[in-house]
Design a protein around this ligand. Structure first.
Ligand SMILES: Nc1nc2c(ncn2[C@@H]2O[C@H](COP(=O)(O)OP(=O)(O)OP(=O)(O)O)[C@@H](O)[C@H]2O)c(=O)[nH]1
Ligand SMILES: [Mg+2]
Length: 304
């Protein structure tokens, strides 16, 4: 079980992992000054952020100064250890037994981040785990949004409260939570519209969704997760900052980590905002959503 998740992580992070193996197999031979430089460059290039890259390199250089025979494998081990320390506590976990009925999860983020895909993947995952789920098509902004999520819901046999282009997204959110209650569903996942995070009307719309859902259950939406494109580097930190300010985020889902050699930005977000990472997207298929695990992540990155 654990093995296959790790493999999926490794497969998903192929490009990130390849970044390290492509630079001359640093981890498979003795270190030297040149490979230390290469490693440093790779760490910066992968968007871990200067602080984290520096901390990793400082430890590796210290070990190398003490032992000029240091093997790449040992350097990878140091990398894993330092990165795991930086990410300590970063993995969010949902309790097995949900506290609220329904437990409301609102997904927010800029356009194209992967919200709709993630909503479908989450619904699929929860229902595979024996939970009853309902999806709310609260993106009433983009013309084809309702069709997109409806197609997912049909394909995965998930209950959906549809939206309509131009309708009030908060009303759809309200109807979804109400329907979840009436039908005794465990979890309601709200897909929302994406727009540039610099557009305040999006943030206002999200706040309204929150307020309106709060009329049914004062503590809802219980989870306010930012879906962020993991390939965007430091841009994603900026997005996280803005959404967090407006929406008091409780978690992150980092998507598209399968297609990037720069999968390190989540480290910077964690460092700055301390928002736990619940899931990572490692592809476009329903099952390509993995619970985030620090151990798996550092193992996939420092894939010696
Ligand atoms: N490779 C890969 N592609 C992904 C992943 N998650 C989403 N995508 C793709 O990213 C694109 C955008 O995904 P959507 O789910 O439509 O994004 P969105 O945030 O809902 O976009 P808007 O509704 O326009 O705001 C689609 O082509 C998805 O298939 C992932 O983890 N890996
Ligand atoms: Mg969408």
């Amino acid at each position: 079980m654990f093995g296959s998740i790790l493999q999926k992580f490794k497969d998903g992070f192929k490009k990130t992992a390849r970044l390290f193996s492509a630079i001359g197999g640093i981890f498979s031979k003795k270190l030297d000054a040149a490979s230390i430089d290469e490693l440093e460059e790779a760490l910066y290039g992968a968007d871990f952020g200067v602080e984290t890259a520096d901390e990793i390199m400082a430890e590796i250089k210290k070990a190398y100064a003490k032992n000029k025979e240091l093997h790449g494998k040992e350097a990878a081990e140091i990398g894993r250890r330092v990165l795991a320390q930086v990410l300590e506590g970063a993995a969010g976990t949902l309790p097995e037994a949900t506290a609220n009925k329904p437990e409301v999860i609102a997904l927010v983020g800029v356009n194209g981040a992967g919200k709709t895909t993630t909503a479908a993947k989450l619904a699929h995952r929860f229902s595979q785990n024996g939970k009853t789920v309902i999806l709310g098509a609260c993106d009433t902004f983009r013309a084809a949004a309702n069709e997109q999520i409806t197609a997912w819901a049909e394909r995965l046999s998930i209950d959906l409260v549809p939206g309509r282009h131009g309708a009030d997204s908060a009303a759809v959110a309200f109807d979804t939570v109400q329907a979840a209650r009436a039908r005794g569903r465990d979890i309601a996942v709200l897909d929302t519209a994406g727009r540039l995070h610099t557009k305040s009307n999006l943030l206002e719309e999200l706040k309204k969704i929150s307020r309106v859902v709060g009329k049914l259950d004062a503590s809802a939406p219980h989870h306010r997760w930012l879906v962020v494109d993991g390939t965007l580097g430091s841009n994603s930190i900026e997005q996280a900052r803005i959404f967090h300010e407006a929406f008091n985020l409780t978690g992150l889902v980092v998507t598209k980590l399968d297609g990037t050699s720069r999968g390190g930005a989540l480290v910077g977000i964690w460092r700055e905002l301390r928002i736990p990472i619940y899931f990572v997207g490692l592809g476009e298929k329903p099952e390509d959503l993995q619970a985030f695990s620090v151990e798996n992540y550092v193992e996939a990155i420092f894939n010696a």
